[in-house]
Design a protein around this ligand. Sequence first.
Ligand code: C2E
Ligand code: MG
Ligand code: MG
Ligand code: MG
Length: 287
Amino acid sequence: QAKSAGRRTLRFFDSSMQLQADRRLLINNELRSALDNNELLLYYQPQQMVEGGELIGVEALLRWQSPGRGMISPAEFIPIAEETDLIVDIGYWVLLQACHQFVAWQEAGLHIPQLSVNVSAKQFHAPDFVERVYEALAITGMEPTCLNLEITESVVLGHAEDTIQKMAELKALGISFAIDDFGAGYSSLSYLKRLPADELKIDRSFIQDIPHDADNMAIVEAVLAMARHMGFSVTAEGVESRQQLAFLQAQGCNFYQGFLASKPLPEANLRHYVGRLAERRAALLDT
Ligand code: C2E
Ligand code: MG
Ligand code: MG
Ligand code: MG
């Protein structure tokens, strides 16, 4: 009795693992053609000043519109792409596409100060990453001082020297760096001290339960104090409520991103949002 129940449990466990593995394999195969078949697209999420709401930039966020499966979240397919070298090609596509778009906005007279692009660990550590960035800038005419690259703590893990070296090369061009999901990974404060980053993005998990989680509020306060002393600016991710924004304002956080301001938007909607934001600010300044 017990034995057969055990076997049944085991079989159930096996088949769900198998299903997951199958899905990963399928997704990996389909991702390859998705890139060639124009199924990937970018959404853009506004980044704004905590104080006053002024637009400071947008973050490009990848989307996969699969004809068979519908919209697939990057939280699902990026980790799969990272297991193969596919992430390197996808990452380059994202960089090219986002820079093209940014230059098109500028040419259309839309005022967006900065473009943030996520870079995965494998992509960053590919031997030709720096050249690929040069190439994308050259092809698109993107102004390097308007480009911000977001890397996570996992990029640095085990590769501190290579990371610092590559960041320095890119910073010499005028590119800036943000440490994404700060606090959620394997941070070590000793590397943070040496890292030539410009900005910390406090992970959404520390923001989401404010003002009900006193520990998270203490963490956010401490990160802000540390960042101020070390010369990093700070963006809070995942701001969804007015109370959260008020807390961040009281603590002197520089920038925020989140559903309170806007979800990530398709390009046309982003244009509209930026236009409306500019009008509202102009009206405010008029009165
Ligand atoms: P991330 O870079 O930390 O991006 C922020 C994520 O938080 C986005 O999820 C965004 O939609 C979500 N978010 C923003 N504000 C809020 C909010 O107020 N509430 C909630 N609940 N969520 C919010 P998304 O677009 O699903 O992307 C997930 C992750 O996938 C990104 O996290 C990033 O790590 C990765 N990713 C997305 N695009 C790319 C890319 O082009 N390249 C690489 N390497 N990774 C990417
Ligand atoms: Mg990011
Ligand atoms: Mg993030
Ligand atoms: Mg995050």
